[in-house]
Design a binder for this molecule. Structure first.
Ligand SMILES: Nc1nc2c(ncn2[C@@H]2O[C@H](COP(=O)(O)OP(=O)(O)OP(=O)(O)O)[C@@H](O)[C@H]2O)c(=O)[nH]1
Ligand SMILES: [Mg+2]
Length: 305
């Protein structure tokens, strides 16, 4: 990477090709871009960072497209990050996302980025939100991040959003319940999409009961909205709900919780890398396997305590 600062300046100035190159550098965790991170953070303009997550096929991409349309009518420039699902049964989603997003492909005020999740735990969450920060610096607001809420890594991505929209659909099978419960914990707004299908109202009632049963975890239970992403029904109200959450997301306690999560992720990831890079890593692993050393003492030793 020749001139990072110049690239950042160009990206912030609105050059789409510069922005694309910047995002690639961030995504690849290119060491040259490491130095740029403080500048990128300093250049952010306070965009609303919105996560859209939910089970495979719930209509997240269609919903993001519809949200983009609505935000555009409100005069907003929209950044989109789609974290490609790594699970095999959603393998067709990359193509699907591209096709749906073609509606906005010619719109200069919309910037879309697809990211490979590569199944690498820990790295994705941090990288995704750095890409979102770069889109913020380039003047996009909101930045919408789509992830499949299927695994721990994806849940971490959702947790790092300012406002997390959890997308459900009517009449989901029982096997989805576990995912649903895990996802609901990170929801600021809940959407029952595909409300043109039977059972949408009933699903909304069930979700309301689940959220009420969660006890004191929520200051106030998240709103539950019905949408039909394919027709745009309910999308205006959804944008209103997301906008209403923007201020709440910036209250001191939520902002601190989010920052604490970001820092925890970064510390965990960096100490893991540092430990793994030590020459005695493999020998230490063998010592633990042979019960000559316990893992806690080993970790202290590797991290230089
Ligand atoms: N009937 C109906 N179909 C919908 C609605 N929203 C999306 N769909 C359809 O549901 C299918 C999946 O939509 P996607 O937007 O690709 O879903 P997704 O959650 O992004 O899927 P993955 O990224 O693969 O997890 C597509 O065939 C959509 O046309 C809706 O409100 N009603
Ligand atoms: Mg999708």
């Amino acid at each position: 990477m020749a001139d990072g600062p110049a690239l950042l300046t160009a990206a912030v100035g609105g050059e789409r090709r510069a922005l694309a190159r910047l995002l690639t550098g961030i995504e690849n965790q290119d060491p040259a871009f490491r130095e740029l991170l403080p500048r990128i953070f300093a250049a952010t303009r306070g965009a609303h960072l919105v996560g859209v997550t939910g089970p495979p096929g719930a209509g997240k991409s269609t919903l993001v497209t519809a949200l983009t349309r609505e935000y555009r009518t409100r005069g907003r420039r929209v950044g989109i990050v789609a974290v490609d699902p790594s699970s095999p049964y959603t393998g067709g989603a990359i193509m699907g996302d591209r096709i749906r997003m073609m509606e906005h492909a010619a719109d200069r005020e919309v910037f879309m980025r697809s990211m490979a999740s590569r199944g690498e735990l820990g790295g994705i969450a941090a990288t995704t939100w750095l890409v979102a920060a770069a889109l913020d610096a380039a003047g996009y607001d909101p930045v919408l991040v789509e992830t499949v809420g299927a695994g721990q890594a994806e849940l971490e991505v959702a947790r790092l959003a300012e406002t997390t929209v959890v997308v459900e659909v009517p009449e989901m099978g029982d096997e989805i319940q576990a995912i649903k419960a895990g996802l609901l914990e990170v929801a600021d707004v809940v959407v029952v999409n595909k409300a043109d299908r039977p059972g949408a109202e009933r699903s909304a009632r069930q979700l309301r009961a689940m959220l009420a049963g969660a006890g004191g975890r929520f200051a106030a239970p998240p709103p539950i909205l019905l949408t039909v992403a394919t027709t745009g029904d309910g999308i205006g109200a959804l944008v209103d709900a997301i906008e209403a959450d923007r201020e709440r997301a910036r209250s001191a306690d939520r902002a601190l919780a989010r920052a604490r999560n970001q820092l925890l992720r970064a510390v965990a990831e960096r100490s893991r890398r540092r430990a793994e890079a030590r020459a005695e890593w493999e020998a230490t692993v063998a010592e633990i396997a042979e019960h000559r050393l316990d893992p806690i003492t080993a970790a202290d030793r590797l991290l230089g305590k």
